[in-house]
Write a protein that binds this ligand. Structure first.
Ligand code: GLN
Length: 384
């Protein structure tokens, strides 16, 4: 038999998918994979039905329909203060394709890519599939503070790009303006791209505040922003993401995108214009709803006696399992799924160093789902 590519030997199975599969096999509440168990706004569903019934069933422009890109350009200009136009935008199949296309656009084989650890699980495979090498910079719990000297050392090794997820998955960290200024000035000094993952831009908890890196002085040209409609509008299954970059970089991203997926779903792009034109009140309500879910879920963790790291943004909380007597987080997660009926993701998969005492739970769920998960988590101590 022929052998598959040697690149694949370095690509691990996705622990998020593994735990989501486990949840689908048993009667398990899936708090592993980050997706809402509630519907998007009713007007989006109506807009999708209308789009399917009114002839939007073939390819859109491969880089994204003009109406969608114009609506997105208006919305992102409004929030970032930048003048973003449709020529800066490529519409992709989720934030996932956005990052993969971006990585292929900027990396040559052998290039180094700085990744903060803990990291969202896609970044290293994205780099490795381009033949690039991840260089990790540690951010340590509980506050995941940035050490500018450590970051400088990583840049000194010769980095082509840095990946930054802000608000961060899985840590829930929202980078401060000062931290972003350090990152921006090092990227400029060492002439590197910053590959921003901003899919949680609208899920930030007071008093924290999201700053768009691309809007810092001198950063637009070297920042490639990967975004998504998945979390902001509760439509993870629609697979609508995008990149925002300078026109020159965008031209190359579009080539990768054309050969990888051709385009994102045309009827859903049409429907999503309704989402992109929602007023500020929508985003304020989103923040309020997520703040309530976060507070509800952390009170469940408190009742279950599980210490946790309180997120500043995003929809994940990290629970600390140090005192439960497990050797590692993966065996805890397997036990939790089978014995308690809840799944989380073992955070060791998000670190490049041995950190085995944290488990990530997603709280983008209906209140009743969170309360039911909470009741189950309260049984952990009696079952041990
Ligand atoms: N972004 C989501 C998460 O972190 C979903 C990703 C996935 O299914 N791989 O859980």
């Amino acid at each position: 038999m022929p052998t598959i590519s040697s690149r694949m030997e370095r690509i691990p199975d996705s622990p998020i998918s593994e735990m989501a599969h486990l949840a689908s096999r048993y009667d398990v509440i899936n708090l592993a994979q980050g997706f809402p168990d509630f519907d998007p706004p009713a007007e989006l569903i109506a807009a999708a039905v209308a789009a399917l019934q009114s002839g939007h069933n073939q390819y859109a422009l491969t880089c994204g329909s003009h109406r969608f890109r114009q609506a997105l350009a208006n919305k992102q200009s409004r929030f970032t203060g930048l003048e973003i136009d449709p020529d800066h935008i490529t519409v992709t199949c989720g934030g996932t394709e956005a990052m993969m296309s971006t990585m292929h656009t900027v990396c040559n084989p052998g290039d180094r890519v700085i990744i903060f650890s803990p990291f969202y699980e896609n970044y290293a495979p994205d780099a490795l599939l381009c033949g690039a090498t991840p260089v990790y910079v540690s951010l340590d719990p509980p506050d995941f503070a940035l050490d500018g000297d450590e970051l400088r050392k990583a840049f000194q090794q010769g980095a082509k790009a840095l990946v930054l997820c802000n608000p961060a998955n899985p840590s829930g960290k929202v980078f401060s303006l000062e931290e972003l200024q350090i990152i921006a000035s090092l990227a400029q000094e060492y002439d590197a791209f910053v590959l921003m993952d901003e899919v949680y831009e609208h899920i930030v908890y007071a008093p924290h505040h999201h700053t768009y890196l691309a809007a810092l002085p001198g950063m637009f040209e070297r920042t490639i922003t990967c975004g998504s409609l998945s979390k902001t509008y509760s439509i993870t299954g629609w697979r609508l993401g995008y990149t925002i970059a300078s026109p020159a970089v965008t031209q190359s991203i579009r080539k990768v995108h054309d050969y990888m997926t051709v385009g994102a779903p045309a009827p859903l792009q049409e429907a999503a214009v309704t989402a992109l034109t929602l007023p500020d009140a929508y985003y304020n309500q989103l923040q309020a709803d997520y703040t309530r879910r976060r507070n509800l879920f952390i009170s469940c963790l408190e009742q279950a006696g599980l210490p946790y790291l309180c997120p500043q943004g995003g929809c994940f909380v990290l629970a600390d399992i140090s005192n439960l007597g497990f050797n590692d987080d993966r065996s805890f997660c397997l036990w939790l799924a089978k014995e308690i009926g809840v799944t989380g993701v073992p955070c060791s998969s998000f670190f490049n160093r041995p950190v085995r005492h944290l488990v990530r739970f997603n709280f983008a769920k209906r209140d009743e789902t969170l309360l039911q998960a909470g009741e189950r988590l309260c049984k952990i101590k009696e079952k041990l």
